[in-house]
Design a protein around this ligand. Structure first.
Ligand SMILES: [Zn+2]
Length: 234
């Protein structure tokens, strides 16, 4: 009897360890089970990609005007649902010559989801991005950066990579609350080929929006030029 209890306990510990391991892998920036995972470009050239997640929303005009003033092309990872809701804004992004990336349709964690769910999330959004007028390569970035087996396998099968980032200044609450700290963080941590993630589409991210100009100016002063993700990965 004692032996049975011991076996059950050991099994529980093993299962928890596996579950914990899979949870870690699902957010890993270094490893996934299938296909290519990109967090930055391998280069010594001083190039960098600015990427904005979520949206489009009514904040689109504001970010577009900042980028226009600075003559910078960025990559916007947009969701299908928000393209439908703000179709005009999506068109403006494409018309201004920015890259549009696929950030799923409904922004759900793409972990433990069926192959048909994954396929529909990705393909519906691809279609909407095309409808908005974007003609270039469509990169994919998973919501919350989460992926495990189904999503990487789908992307690999379709010869697409999982695009993440190596700098995420507004993911740390103590930095996100102050645009100057966001600028400083990027200025200090930047390296050639970096992919910077920022969120500027919602009102709660005012400080991120305020940081964009400073980030661009500082990086230009360091000799960096800006490319879209697809340009940088070529
Ligand atoms: Zn997102």
């Amino acid at each position: 009897m004692k032996k049975t209890i011991l076996i059950v306990l050991i099994s529980i510990v093993i299962l928890f360890t596996i579950a914990y391991g899979l949870l870690k892998i699902s957010s890993s920036r270094d490893f996934q089970f299938y296909g290519g995972l990109v967090t930055k470009a391998e280069t010594t050239d001083k190039i960098v990609a600015l990427t904005f997640d979520d949206g489009p929303t009514e904040n689109t005009d504001e970010i577009l005007s900042i980028l226009k003033e600075e003559d910078v092309k960025a990559t916007f990872f947009v969701t299908g649902r928000e393209i439908e809701e703000n179709f005009k804004e999506a068109k403006k992004l494409a018309e201004a010559g920015h890259e549009l990336g696929n950030h799923s349709y409904s922004h759900k964690r793409m972990v433990l989801k069926s192959p048909s769910f994954i396929k529909s999330e990705v393909e519906k959004t691809d279609e909407l991005i095309r409808k908005a007028g974007y003609e270039g390569t469509i990169q994919f970035r998973p919501p919350f950066g989460k992926k495990l087996i189904g999503l990487p396998r789908y992307l690999d099968k379709h010869d697409r990579k999982t695009v993440l980032w190596n700098l995420e200044p507004d993911s740390y609450p103590e930095i996100a609350s102050d645009s100057e700290k966001i600028v400083k963080h990027v200025n200090e941590k930047i390296e050639p080929g970096s992919i910077i993630l920022l969120h500027v589409m919602y009102e709660s991210r005012e400080e991120s929006m305020k940081s964009v100009k400073g980030i661009i100016k500082d990086l230009k002063a360091q000799g960096y030029t800006f490319q879209t993700v697809s340009e940088m990965l070529e």
